[in-house]
Design a protein around this ligand. Structure first.
Ligand SMILES: O=C(O)CCC(=O)C(=O)O
Length: 280
């Protein structure tokens, strides 16, 4: 009897304490209040750009923490970190985003058509003068990508399937660009390998990026970008479960999917594969 009473009292005390903690540290809102700019008028639908999305202190801290994360994959003249789990045509196995990206993901959510949180992030680190070949982000994701730039400017170019450059956006450090709809589904995007970017009449965010036709904008020695996306199909949520604790069969399956994904992103183009090759 007294044990039951003690247990009840302890439980009540624990609940009181948890309530106190929650009141002192309220959970962050699912998405943060962010002013989302209208689509760029001279661009294909739908591209949005906002300067100063991240303040200087946050940008510095984020760059430091991102560089320290495990799991970077070296590529020629850039490296790549994929977080949020393992995308796969049979359905992704997701993992939570690392804590350092969660606040940014909540703000990036405002740029997704329905304001829901992104569940994937690809972090690219470029050395001066390097870029990323033109590619489409493919069918594994909902048709929206939100890219936060850190440390350097770079010109993001949009191309038709026939490789005609139809629009460009000058990405300033600490800015955000979001592209959705036809800009995601029908166009490819890429960043040229160059030490400076020329602003020409296809750059459609000149006013917001503080540049004018004819400007030549030098790149800094390094650039980081964080691209948020949302998966179309999730097969399994590994909510923080350590892979080493999975059953043997699941561990093998996770490894198989990770190998597939690592191979997909090691190509310069991001994946738009029809299906996984047999045995991969
Ligand atoms: O670094 C960038 O701004 C571009 C990244 C990109 O193209 C991508 O993640 O698909």
């Amino acid at each position: 009897m007294s044990t039951a009473l003690d247990f009840g009292a302890a439980l009540a005390a624990a609940k009181r304490e948890a309530r106190k903690q929650r009141a002192a540290n309220p959970p962050p809102p699912p998405t943060a209040a962010v002013a989302v700019p209208p689509p760029l008028p001279a661009a294909p639908p739908t591209i949005r750009y906002a300067a100063e999305f991240v303040d200087e202190r946050e940008a510095r801290a984020l760059a430091t923490v991102l560089r320290r994360l495990d799991g970077w994959a070296p590529l020629p003249r850039r490296r790549l970190l994929s977080v949020g789990g393992t995308p796969h045509p049979d359905g992704a196995w997701t993992e939570p985003l690392p804590p350092c990206l969660r606040a940014l993901a909540r703000r990036a959510a405002a740029f997704f058509p329905d304001g829901r949180l992104p569940d994937q992030a690809l972090v690219n680190e470029y050395v001066e003068g390097s870029g990323i070949a033109s590619h489409a982000d493919g069918p594994l994701y909902e048709p929206c990508a939100v890219i936060v730039s850190l440390e350097s400017s770079a010109r993001l170019d949009f191309f038709t399937d026939g490789d005609e450059r139809v629009a460009s956006v000058l990405l300033r450090p600490r800015s955000v660009v979001a592209f959705a709809d036809a800009a995601y589904l029908s166009l490819k995007h890429g960043i040229a390998a160059a030490r400076a970017d020329t602003v020409d009449d296809r750059v459609c965010n000149g006013a917001a990026a503080g540049c004018a036709v004819g400007d030549v904008v030098a790149r800094a020695p390094s650039r980081l970008s964080v691209t948020f996306r949302r998966l179309k199909r999730v097969a399994r949520r590994l909510d923080g479960v350590d892979a080493s604790l999975l059953h043997d069969e699941d561990r093998v399956e996770l490894e198989r999917r990770r190998r597939w994904w690592a191979k997909s992103i090691a190509d310069d183009a991001l994946p738009s594969p029809p299906a996984s090759p047999p045995g991969e």
